[in-house]
Design a protein around this ligand. Sequence first.
Ligand SMILES: [Zn+2]
Length: 295
Amino acid sequence: MPEGHSIHRLSRAFDELFGGTPLAASSPQGRFAAGAALLDGLPLTAAEAYGKQLFLGFGGTPTGPERWLRVHLGLYGAWTFTGTDSFAGPHAIGAPRRRIGEADTAVAGDTGSVDDDGRFVPPAPRGAVRLRLVGRDGCADLTGPSACEVVTGPEKREVIAKLGPDPLRKDTGAAAEFAARIRARRVAAGALLMDQTVAAGVGNIFRAESLFLCGVNPYRPGRDVTDGEARELWTTLARLMRRGVRTGTINSTGRKTVPFFVYHRAGEPCLRCGTPVREALMQARRLFWCPGCQP
Ligand SMILES: [Zn+2]
């Protein structure tokens, strides 16, 4: 499942590639035909990420966008961008030909063409495209999301109110809020970090690597994590995730050959102490830690 940094990259990509321009919206697969009709022809006026949720604002009133598209990619969802050579953001985020889901990958094959008036002509939809957004120079195709719906401003706020703070947002008091949410529970710290009501946007890789870097055993109950440790976890998550937004990949070691300290390194020696990295299942997700560094 894409972690929060990918969704923040997507919000930037939408803003850079489509911001302010009217988009043609359709549902080639048909399942989102009614929703697409509500967006068709409106300009994209906002793009925001909160945790693993992407919100695209369409149309506008003095108080904000007229309506919002809410997308959660879930396990299998992805956005694929194709376009002309001018369809590229200053952050080179993926366009003109890029697929952003579990990983960022280049797109091969038919990537569209340009007609005699210089307008982009999208390629035939590949796979079950739930939503296609087309601008003058390129298009974005959404496949396999776990959530895709048109919501009002108040409905968007309700979704966000249920989430914990997002390490990639600069909301005031977020670190204290996170520490309080961790320390209020007797659930294992490793499970709490994956709970989107504790921290929004953290997935399996950031969970494993941040607990390692802060020396916290994943089975320690949240209420036994000190306030100082919880705040260090927060700043570590924010640092790792910001780097992910910048580069499009997750690398916590700074090394090319071994990008992770413990994630997917079961049985291999810890990079810091040499103890073999352990693996276990926690709430049906693979968990990795070093018993030496995280006693
Ligand atoms: Zn170690």
